[in-house]
Design a binder for this molecule. Sequence first.
Ligand code: SF4
Length: 417
Amino acid sequence: MREISIIENNKRKIIKKPELLAPAGSLEKLKFAVLYGADAVFIGGKEFSLRARASNFSLDDIKEAVDFAKDHGSKVYVTTNIIPHNENLENLETYLKGLYEAGVAAIICADPYIVSTARRVVPNLELHLSTQQSITNSKGIEFWLNNGVSRVVLARELTMDEIKDVSDNTEGDLEVFIHGGMCVSYSGRCTLSNNMTDRDANRGGCAHSCRWNYSLYSKSGGNDHLLSDETIPFSMSSKDLMAVNHIPGLIECGVDSLKIEGRMKSIHYIATVVGTYRKLIDDYCENPDDFELTDYYLQEIAKAENRLTAEGFLSGEPSVNEQLYNMRSEQPTQEFIGIVRDYDEETGYVTVEQRNKFIPGEEIEFNAPGMVKYNLIVDKIFDEEFNELDAARHPRQILKLKVPFKLRPYTIVRRKR
Ligand code: SF4
């Protein structure tokens, strides 16, 4: 049985705080994930990784990512979780040695051959079993622990009661998805993309065909009847996962890692989602018995979330409420308009790299790591040479704004609505 908490001075204290694990599709995203509170970040290398389009890291990039993460007390895991065919196996040993030498803390793998090869050529490298293996029971975990992995990423298709039961009946480290995209199949075990686009979902090529709009026909009496068309499209995807309401329960289950999905998501998404879960986990662990799960956490995440969300399988078998019909997404309530690159303490001017148009008179919010926030009504906007602008309209343009507070680089700037 896992020891989760102890009593100290008549107060219960969590002693098994789970790791917060975040995604990153680029070095810059990794820096945001780390600075906004991720204990570990998972990235994809150029080889053996799913999400082929997530601007994957070269070995040199991985080394830089590891150094940055280590400097900030964080870790890097690298995904090697494709379901490889014979043609994909070349170079595996060299690649695994390269990852080990780069200092990655673990690799996330799914294929038995990749697991056994890693055990042989890099025996000191930690192995995490990917959710691609769809592990749903403690006996399956035991099998993989006996075969060299130290952590299992549980299938997303488990309820809270099942996670608790698995946690009570296994010794190994457990990782659970708490946020991000869901498959309508068992994660990744789907060939919809292969069929529709000739892109193999399990070798990094998923085209998210489940999210497309389809025309739906019914055949009755020998005739086809169109049931949906472009105005009422049919899609077969599920809402994204959001487990804010289950974080206290997952901590009490004693799971080791809480994972956010989305290596292809934006910097704004990563900073906001990671920052919010960081605060939620810390707030709960600080004072579990008096903790109140207020709307604050949901409202914060909603600022970056642009898809409808639900609780997946955590509350039980998904119903119609966890699925998407006749729609694809929702607009965020606030817009990402820039990133703080620098702040001059002497002049009080902040340097912002623009991401979306904004104008003088708008109310904006600076959201710094640690969920430290400052609001401002934009007065004057200047370009890099201090020419006054009527609007910040060019993507990535360097801008100067006068602010009455101290800011630090990597702070996110949003429009308030
Ligand atoms: S098409 Fe959809 S269900 Fe299939 S693997 Fe891709 S995201 Fe998952």
